[in-house]
Design a protein around this ligand. Sequence first.
Ligand code: TXA
Ligand code: MG
Length: 336
Amino acid sequence: MLTLIKKPTAEVLSNAAELLRQGQPVAIPTETVYGLAASAYDIDACRRVFEIKGRPQDNPLIVHISDLNMLYGFTKEVPPLALTLAERFWSGPLTMIFKRKDIIPAGVCGGLDTVAVRMPDCDPVRQLIRLCGFPLAAPSANLSGSPSPTTARHVYDDLNGKIPLIIDGGECRAGVESTVICFTGEKGVRILRPGAVTAEMLGEYAEVEWDENVFKQPEKDARVISPGMKYKHYSPKAEIIIVKAQSVQALAEYLNARRGEGVYAVLYGDEEGIDLPRIDYGVTPTERAHNLFAALRKTDELGARTAYVRCPETDGIGAAVYNRLLRAAAFRVVEL
Ligand code: TXA
Ligand code: MG
C-alpha cells in the first residue's frame, strides 16, 4: 500500500473522512503525539489499528471527540467534576475515563466497561471528527513498544506501507501523550499517566492522587487499572540508562569513564565537560517533553548501543518525561 503524507487541506480532510468511513485507519496529528485513528464505533477498523501497531488486545484505545455533546452519545455517567475539568482543560491533553455505553464495542476498550476520552487541541483533527460524525479511537501512531511519533516522518518510519494516509500537522506541540485520569469520588482523581496537564494544574480543581504504578514497574501479572502500564514502552534499540546526578561534575565524571563505541549521552544541552557524543533534549522541562521521543529515536538513527540519559526534573511536566523515560530504560536508574 502506498502511504501518502498530506497537509490538512479541506480536500485532504474530506478524503480522510471517506477512508475512515470505509474502515481504513488514518494517521492524525494532535497537540501531544500523532495518533492512528479509526471509527470508535467500528470494531473491525479498530482491530486493524491493533494489528498494524502490533498492540496487545487488552490495551484499550483513547476515544477522541470534537465537541462536548459527542461525549453523551457513548458514556453512561458524566460526573460534575468531569464537566469542570472539561471546561478548564478541553480542548487539550487531558484524557478522562468514563463508563462506556455498548455503542463503543468492548474490544475498542480492551474488554473493560470503561472508555477513555479526550478532545484534542488540534483544529484539523476536530474538523475531521465533525466531518466523520463519529468519535475517533486513536492510540499513538507508532509500532507498539517504540517511541511515540511527534512528526509525520516518525509515523512514516514506523507505518510506511501499512496505512493509506498520514495527515501532516507539523511537529506536535507538547511531545508527550495526554494525562490520563480516572475519578475516585466526587472530588477526587487518580493520575494513571502523567502528561502536559500536570498534577499541580489538576490540584486546583480536585484532590489528586497518583496511581502506584506511575513511577515503578508493576508486579508481574498484577492487575493494573490502565493496561498500558504493564507493557514495555517507548524503547529504542539502544539500552537506555537514566543517570541521576547531584551535580554536573559528578555526571561528567561518571559519563566520561564510560566512553566507548556506540555510547551516547542524552543531556539537557547546557552541560560542560562531557566528552561523549551527545544528543541534547532541552534545557527547560517543556523543551525536554517536546524533544524526548525525537531524542530516543535519534539514538537508533545514530546506531547507539547504550545511551545514558540525564534524569529530568520529576515535578510539573517533568513527571511525564520521567514516566516515559523509566519505561524506555526498563526502569534502569543509576544514582550518583
Ligand atoms: O495524547 C494521547 O493520549 C495520544 C494521542 C494520539 O491522543 N494517544 C495515546 O494513546 O497516547 P495510547 O494508546 O498510546 O495510550 C493510551 C493509554 C494507555 O496507557 C491505556 O492503557 C490507557 O490510555 N487507557 C485507555 N483506555 C483506558 C481505560 N478505559 N481505562 C484505563 N486506561 C485506559
Ligand atoms: Mg502509545
